[in-house]
Design a protein around this ligand. Structure first.
Ligand code: PLP
Length: 366
């Protein structure tokens, strides 16, 4: 028996005929850039997010860069963010010449610890950028309260958390801006790169639309230096199909997470924590154990795929060495980086697979 970490083929398989027809439809239409599927997808996602305007872009990394740019974040500015994320979050800040200011995380939800944010705010702080990591909402109520007190905008990095919510509010509708990735392994995937920026209001959306198209609203007048970063029409056509399934897929992930607990994994490892009121959609299932490296090395021999996310937190990455952080500066993020392990998680994970994973872990740890 072998249990893969993810299984995107199991998601596409039953939808293959519909996907093929959607692709053929785009080919027949001859509309490949910013056509009706992009507009429709922007509207459909907006409807899920309280009517906030959405703007499709080329990928989740560009979504972050463009969102920061739309807030006029630039050289020398500081943006407070988490060290325990995929590199793109911090890279987007640095791409604009700004400085990522890393703030430690809460060990329960792996997200920015609001209690530590205020001490990081300076007169150069321009934004707070929490990441809803692994499918769980950051504590946005607390983060927004801090942001309001200091007059700072909040950008939600929602790359890993489409369909999640906190206290009934959907992820993506809580910040001034939010960014989505449709990378093929994400909860709402594409079949290539894709991304979206969700905007608080039409004014910000206008700026984001202009930025995604070379800084022009009409292709005649160029008002600022922008990007060529559009969501592809073929991707949008396929993502629209997946959008109709994302909630049931997320339910499948939640059921798999419950199965891990029911199968006794909590007796062997620290299960992922869930903050009260959070609708966790388990982009990844991250358990913790001090013998993480042995588990990763040995589970494969038992047919179980497992992986490390994120083995080196951002403040200790070579690219940010000039910022002067050292080992021990952000101890919770470092502890998670050293002990967290992603176990198989996807919408169609069977109970038998869950039991096989737990048994394999029991054997390795014995
Ligand atoms: C937290 C986070 N932010 C940003 C990104 C960047 O998204 P993309 O790969 O679409 O550029 C990703 C994923 O890749 C991510 O996991």
């Amino acid at each position: 028996m072998s249990v893969p970490l993810m299984d995107i083929g199991a998601q596409y398989g039953p939808l293959r005929a519909e996907i093929d027809a959607a692709i053929a439809g785009v080919l027949d239409s001859g509309r490949f850039i910013l056509g009706p599927h992009v507009t429709a997808l922007e509207k459909e996602i907006s409807e899920r997010l309280g009517g906030r305007p959405c703007v499709g872009v080329a990928n989740g990394t560009d979504a972050l860069v463009i969102a920061l740019n739309a807030l006029d974040v630039g050289p020398g500015d500081e943006v407070i963010t988490t060290p325990y994320t995929f590199y793109a979050t911090a890279e987007a800040i640095a791409r604009l010449g700004a400085i990522p200011v890393f703030c430690d995380i809460d060990p329960v939800d792996f997200c920015l610890d609001p209690a530590l944010i205020e001490a990081r705010i300076t007169d150069r702080t321009r934004a707070i950028l929490p990441v809803h990591i692994f499918g769980q909402a950051a504590n946005m109520t607390a983060i927004r309260a801090i942001a309001r007190r200091h007059g700072l905008p909040v950008i939600e990095d929602a790359a890993q958390a489409f369909g999640g919510a906190d206290a009934g509010t959907p992820i993506g509708a809580m910040g001034d801006l939010a960014t989505i990735s449709f990378f093929p392994t994400k909860n709402l995937p594409g079949i290539g790169d894709g991304g979206m920026v969700v905007c608080r209001d039409e004014e910000l959306a206008e700026r984001v639309r202009r930025l995604r198209f070379h800084g022009s609203a009409d292709k005649i007048v160029f008002q600022e230096v922008g990007y060529n970063s559009r969501l592809d029409e073929l991707q949008a056509a396929v993502i629209r199909i997946f959008l109709r399934h994302v909630d049931s897929w997320n339910d499948g992930r939640r059921a798999a997470a419950n199965s891990y607990a029911d199968a006794g994994l909590g007796d062997l490892m620290t299960l992922p924590g869930v903050r009260d009121g959070v609708h966790h959609i388990y982009h990844l299932f991250m358990a913790r154990h001090e013998a993480r490296d042995a588990l990763v090395a040995q589970l494969g021999a038992h047919g179980v795929s497992a992986a490390v996310y994120y083995g080196i937190p951002m403040h200790l990455q070579p690219v940010f060495a000039h910022l002067g952080y050292g080992v021990g500066d952000l101890p919770v993020a470092e502890a998670c980086a050293n002990s967290a392990i992603a176990l198989p998680m996807h919408p169609h994970l069977a109970e038998a697979d869950v039991h096989a994973v737990v048994q394999a872990i029991r054997t390795v740890l014995a």
